[in-house]
Write a protein that binds this ligand. Structure first.
Ligand SMILES: [Fe+2]
Ligand SMILES: [Fe+2]
Length: 346
């Protein structure tokens, strides 16, 4: 079993037969001076009298009249639970989706022919992500202690929703390609996370330690974004044309797996504050109308969609159809890179 786990590649088959990827210039030369694990302190949560723990605009169910009518205390409690879920999601994402992939890359078992420097840098990502998982978990514990409000429903959903969505994607791959969905999901989440972390640090309604913690994470993720963009370029070159036709159609599902709200988790919390199941359905469907969710995902993923387009992935008719069906193409967005750190966008 251990020998099999050791040998298991993300992309199976002989590495020598795979095509080389592009040059890798490296994005971690100043890692010791920049990484949050090296230079940032433990963020300490203090009671600042705030009742706003998460931006309500990013959790629109609390703005719905049925929820708002329950009073400020209920809204504040729901936003605190949202923050807990967000931090817990971060810990799970790092542990389940990113660290195992970066570890495989670092140890030369990605199945791709990667430059030595790229493999070496993967270890820095493992360290960064372990720190993000640690400080997110630690921060939940601190907030529970300071506020006296426990995180609710820890026993209910056994895993965050992306796990089940990822299992469903895996089933769509031919057996020989299974494992690639994990690599693809790491690429998708690592190139999208820097965008979704960009609003919170700027929101001065939130407790300062929350903003600082998310800023620490966002700065590291800016470097990870460019690294995983490079991993994507290597992956696409490494895949055969027929493998690309198998993997390309999974991309829209991987994007939705990461960005679509966890409706079951939201329903659990709304039930916890006394809403009936009809009210829960109404609040969720009116807070996240399907077309708005699609538009928002399309906007958040526009830069990643461009990367796949530039690689020619959408030249395959089935892949293109699925991108269109998911609403990922056909809408003009301003694909900003403003949240990336200067040293990697320069
Ligand atoms: Fe991270
Ligand atoms: Fe990351």
């Amino acid at each position: 079993m251990y020998l099999r786990a050791f040998k298991k590649q993300l992309l199976s088959g002989p590495v020598e037969a795979r095509t080389n990827g592009p040059e890798y210039s490296g994005f971690f030369a100043r890692w010791d001076a920049l990484a949050s694990v090296r230079r940032k302190p433990r963020r300490e949560f203090e009671a600042e009298g705030t009742r706003l723990f998460f931006p309500p605009e990013l959790y629109p169910v609390v703005l719905h009249p049925i929820v708002a009518a329950r009073g400020e205390g209920v809204v504040a409690g729901l936003l605190l639970q949202r923050l807990y879920d967000y931090l817990d999601f971060t810990t799970e994402l790092e542990n389940l989706a990113v660290i195992p992939i970066a570890t495989k890359i670092g140890r030369g078992r990605s199945g791709m022919r990667l430059p030595e420097q790229m493999r070496a840098d993967a270890h820095k990502i493992v360290t960064d992500e372990a720190w993000h998982a640690q400080f997110s978990d630690d921060f939940v514990r601190q907030i529970v202690t300071v506020t006296g409000c426990p995180r609710l429903g820890t026993e209910v959903p056994a895993a965050p929703v992306f796990v089940a969505r990822l299992d469903a994607l895996r089933q769509r791959l031919s057996p020989g390609l299974r494992g690639v969905e994990a690599l693809l999901f790491a690429i998708v989440s690592e190139t999208l996370i820097s965008g979704i972390l960009s609003d919170i640090p700027r929101d001065d309604r939130l407790p300062s330690a929350v903003r600082e913690l998310v800023r620490d994470h966002a700065e590291d993720e800016g470097r990870h974004h460019v690294y995983f963009r490079s991993v994507l370029q290597h992956l696409w070159r490494a895949l055969t044309p027929s493998e690309r036709r198998d993997v390309g159609p999974l991309v829209p599902g991987a994007i939705h797996a990461f960005l679509e709200p966890d409706y079951d988790r939201v329903a659990y919390h709304l039930g916890g504050v006394g809403l009936s199941s009809d009210e829960i359905d109404q609040v969720i469907s009116e807070s996240w109308p399907t077309h708005e969710v699609r538009q928002s995902i399309s906007r958040d993923a526009s830069q990643l969609t461009r990367y796949f387009t530039e690689l020619g992935a959408l030249n395959d008719a089935r892949t293109r159809d699925l991108f269109e069906e998911a609403g990922l193409v056909g809408i003009a967005h301003n694909s900003e890179t403003a949240y990336l750190p200067k040293e990697v966008t320069a």
